[in-house]
Design a protein around this ligand. Sequence first.
Ligand SMILES: N[C@@H](CCC(=O)N[C@@H](CS)C(=O)NCC(=O)O)C(=O)O
Length: 206
Amino acid sequence: MKLVIGNKNYSSWSLRPWLALKVAGLPFDEVTHDLYRDGALAERLGYGPTGKVPVLLDAGLAIWETPAIAEYLAEIEPSLWPSERAARAVARAVCAEMHAGFTALRTHCPMNLRLRTTAEAHADVAADLVRIEALWADCRSRFGAGGDFLFGAFSHADAFFAPVATRIRSYGLSVSAPAQRYADRLLALPAFLEWEAAAALEPLQR
Ligand SMILES: N[C@@H](CCC(=O)N[C@@H](CS)C(=O)NCC(=O)O)C(=O)O
């Protein structure tokens, strides 16, 4: 498998399947794509039909859209979803919520791993954080007993929320102690640290 990804400092959607692949121990090659260079869109359109990354290339197939990539990877490594059906359904729901929502957080606090600011975030971000804290607390209390992650063991749900943990750190966003503990746990994953170390070597774009 090959995963086409954008700049590691900025590309939150690329981080998600990359983290899942790494934590699951699935072998893959990464194809790094500079989102900011001249002609980048044309290059991306060579990988997938939307001109966006990530794109997973496998067996002559190009898979675009992160949720579809996540499902493909879970068919190869089922432990990427919780094993119990109810937990799996909720894990898929929270991933869908992340994919479709939290627009204020995504717009006003874009992923920028090397950024550290204490400037006050846009007022609309607070409501997204309230929902994220509730969502994390609900998953942890109902399904998280077996480990440190939303559904106990690491799953796609954690990969989907990893960029949120980076935003909490970059923008100095204030969250509850349990939410902060969970965010810190994501940021301490060896796979995340590997991604972050590579991001530190990239030229800054903003
Ligand atoms: N809905 C897509 C979103 C992918 C996306 O927006 N990727 C960004 C990088 S994080 C991108 O390719 N941006 C380039 C552009 O929009 O032209 C997914 O789930 O994978």
